[in-house]
Write a protein that binds this ligand. Structure first.
Ligand SMILES: *Cc1c(COP(=O)(O)O)cnc(C)c1O
Length: 405
């Protein structure tokens, strides 16, 4: 699943190129850098690989979301609709631009339920932000039609789904903008980094300036650049971009291994009739970083998770329902609006509103779901052994339940 499983000579080579010139910054120093532009090269590679006209590298996936939202003009008075199942970064980014996060239910795709999105639309809604969780996609056709009907922006958080596609288009390139994360556990990694992808030139130019203090990058040197608007520093370094460049060149290989291992694991788990799998709107587009499966009830799922823990099989299996970082149930810091600095009263009230909101539809799915991370380095024997141990545990719990019933 994560690219760090495959570090090697390629990463070292690109890093060495940067070390040889000593120019660790992505902008300027045109002479001394001797033609080495790793960030620019990676941006071109991203545009080519994923099929978008523009890519802007930044310092993290969270910074990519903040940058994209600013570039799309999302801010004070705007509501952004996003799913109850995501990483905390998604709502952090909404708050960072002074907008209001509106969390709504997910369905059995583990992503935004289009009907829940429809119901949450108000005159303040400005953007719908699907999060393509665990390597697979939201129902983009349904969300696109909602956005065009209500004239809303569509921003894809594709941080976890690098290399997945929907009906032939790469995730992250379908909406007005999309984001990737290259943090240490993502499909390709450069330690810390992210990207905004867009087919809109205005959005790209805004991202380019915003992520570098508002520099318009048209001056003859940095000091001569103009500052048409206020920005921040979300720059990526050449060292990080160098590692990213090595990793994107291996992405085809990562995806091929993931698909093979995912299919093998799914075939073995499918022998249990009580197991169902996450619904995937376009199965051929799944990047297969995870296999997400469901059992009939929360009680059975909890018993299985517990037994996997006891037998030491839990590593690499994620029960998101109890996870502090990926599901709304445990986000007490959000529900109590625990910020270090004061929020506007209006935003604070809107955020705290989530404490009493009904997420029973999400709970009904998430309480029965386990995601198994697909290893890139598994041997065939290791995969079969892992799968067989999982099957034995699941069958044991199901048998016990039927005896008790
Ligand atoms: C990892 C992740 C992010 C944030 O990326 P960072 O690079 O860690 O800041 C945002 N959204 C989702 C869904 C993620 O998984």
């Amino acid at each position: 699943m994560p690219g760090f499983e495959f570090f090697g000579a390629e990463e070292r080579k690109h890093l060495q190129d940067v070390m040889d010139t000593g120019i660790l910054m992505r902008y300027g120093f045109d002479g001394p850098r001797k033609g080495i532009w790793k960030a620019k090269e990676l941006e071109t590679a991203i545009s080519n690989y994923f099929g978008c006209t523009h890519a802007q590298l930044v310092s993290s996936g969270t910074a990519a979301l903040t940058t994209a939202m600013s570039a799309l003009g999302i801010g004070y008075g705007d509501e952004v609709i996003l799913p109850s199942f995501t990483f905390v970064a998604s709502f952090e980014a909404v708050l960072s631009v002074g907008a209001i996060p509106v969390m709504v239910d997910v369905d059995d795709t583990l992503t935004l339920d289009p009907e829940a999105v429809r119901k949450a639309i108000t005159p303040k809604t400005k953007c719908v932000m699907p999060v393509h969780m665990c390597g697979s996609m939201a129902d983009m056709e349904a969300l696109q039609s909602i956005c065009s009907e209500h004239k809303l922006l569509l921003l894809e958080d594709a941080c976890q789904s690098i290399g997945a596609s929907y009906k032939g288009k790469m995730l992250g390139t379908i909406g007005d903008a999309g984001t990737f994360s290259f943090d240490f556990v993502k499909t390709i990694t450069c330690a810390e980094g992210g990207a905004v992808m867009t087919n809109r030139k205005d959005v790209y130019l805004a991202c380019d300036g915003y992520s570098d203090h508002g520099h318009d990058h048209t001056g003859v040197d940095r000091g001569a650049d103009l500052h048409p608007f206020i920005g921040y520093n979300f720059r990526i370094s050449e060292l990080h971009a160098a590692v990213g460049l090595a990793q994107i060149q291996k992405l085809d290989q990562f995806l091929a291994i993931q698909k093979k291992n995912h299919a093998a694991l799914k075939a073995i788990l499918s022998t249990i009739p009580e197991i169902s799998f996450r619904r995937i709107p376009d199965p051929v587009g799944d990047s297969c970083t995870f296999l997400s499966w469901m059992l009939p009830t929360e009680a059975i799922t909890r018993a299985v998770v517990n037994e996997m823990k006891v037998q030491g099989v839990l590593a690499g299996n994620f029960y998101w329902f109890d996870n502090n970082w990926h599901y709304i149930r445990k986000w007490d810091h959000l529900k109590h609006s625990l910020t270090l600095n004061a929020l506007s009263p209006e935003i604070k009230a809107a955020v705290m509103h989530h404490a009493n909101k009904d997420f029973s539809a999400s709970d009904a799915v998430m309480s029965r779901c386990v995601s198994t991370a697909i290893g890139l380095l598994w041997t065939e024997d290791q995969l079969v052994e892992k799968a067989n141990r999982m099957v034995a545990i699941i069958q044991g719990v199901l048998h016990q339940q039927s005896v008790q019933a």
